[in-house]
Write a protein that binds this ligand. Structure first.
Ligand SMILES: Nc1ncnc2c1ncn2[C@@H]1O[C@H](COP(=O)(O)OP(=O)(O)OP(=O)(O)O)[C@@H](O)[C@H]1O
Ligand SMILES: [Mg+2]
Length: 275
């Protein structure tokens, strides 16, 4: 993270600005959480919004999608959660000037069990994020495909949740589980937690997908982002090159859609009073 200050604040920040902390969650596997977390974060960074991406998934996919291999050093999100390492000590720079990353480590696999043993287990990430959040306009947290303690830490740390949803038959049932968990987190630990939006991912036009998309829109109305992420092969290739889509193929439909999603997020949520 650059220490260079502009008018006493890090570049990209303005006086009185606050961070927007978004958690990307859905307990269903492979619905586009990481693709959304990485490319939304990169798109916000491309618009010179200082952004921090935190990978709380033991799979470490968010880091590797940015060319940072799952890190088994002692400066990862594991140490932040379990040992109280300050988040700033686990921050890595990425190829994008305005995007930083806190990587996962293989030790996170056991973290659910280890966290269960300690006090304030669901608020460990919140404590760490609160200490540095003012440095970033957006903090984006990529969760694993479960509703365990790691995702819970993501939900307690956030102001809002973005839920990626694939337009398929069981999508609505899965969504009900995430919404129930959000409700429980609101009641127990984070009353201000909002659903910032549902983003339809991996969309390919066919009758079933259209039917599911219509049903989701008629149920959740303006909570569903207007931007739909299409199934796009360039999006699936980019992680193996260790690049967000905008450094891999800026002309692709997938890239243009994530840039549009970032604009929608910025308009909808605002940050630092410059919505
Ligand atoms: N819009 C898209 N078009 C084509 N492929 C996609 C798209 N979005 C994601 N993929 C691919 O689908 C797979 C699953 O996506 P991703 O890893 O983002 O899901 P996830 O919800 O994070 O998965 P997990 O639950 O395992 O963390 C990946 O191989 C990814 O590259
Ligand atoms: Mg993932």
């Amino acid at each position: 993270m650059s220490k260079k200050k502009v008018g006493g604040l890090p570049p990209g920040m303005e006086a009185g600005s606050m961070s927007r902390i978004l958690t990307i969650a859905n307990q269903k596997g492979g619905v586009g959480k990481t693709t959304t977390a990485v490319n939304l974060a990169a798109s916000l960074a491309a618009a010179e919004r200082r952004t921090l991406l935190i990978d709380v998934d033991p799979q470490g996919n968010a880091g590797s999608a940015l060319g940072i291999r799952r890190d088994d050093s002692d400066r990862t999100v594991y140490e932040v959660l379990l040992d109280g390492l300050p988040l700033k000590d686990a921050v890595r720079k990425t190829e994008l000037k305005f995007l930083d990353l806190v990587p996962a480590s293989k030790h996170l696999v056991g973290a659910e069990l280890e966290l269960a043993e300690i006090d304030g287990r669901e608020a460990r990430l919140k404590r760490a994020v609160d200490a540095i959040a003012g440095e970033y306009e957006y903090v984006i947290i990529d969760c694993p495909p479960s509703l365990g303690l790691l995702t819970l830490n993501g939900l307690v740390a956030a102001q809002g949740v973005v839920i990626p949803l694939q337009c398929e038959y069981y999508a609505l049932e899965g969504l009900a589980d995430v919404l129930k968990t959000i409700e429980l987190v609101r009641a127990a630990a984070n009353p201000g937690l909002k659903v910032d939006g549902i983003v339809l991912t991996m969309y390919s036009a066919n009758n079933l997908a259209n039917q599911v998309a219509d049903e989701i829109r008629s149920t959740f109305k303006s909570q569903v982002f207007k931007t739909v992420i299409p199934r796009n092969v360039r999006l699936s290739e980019a992680p193996s090159h260790g690049k967000p889509i905008l450094l891999y193929d800026v002309t692709s439909k997938g890239c243009q859609c994530y840039l549009e999603l970032a604009r929608e997020v910025t308009r909808r949520l605002g940050a630092g009073g410059r919505a």
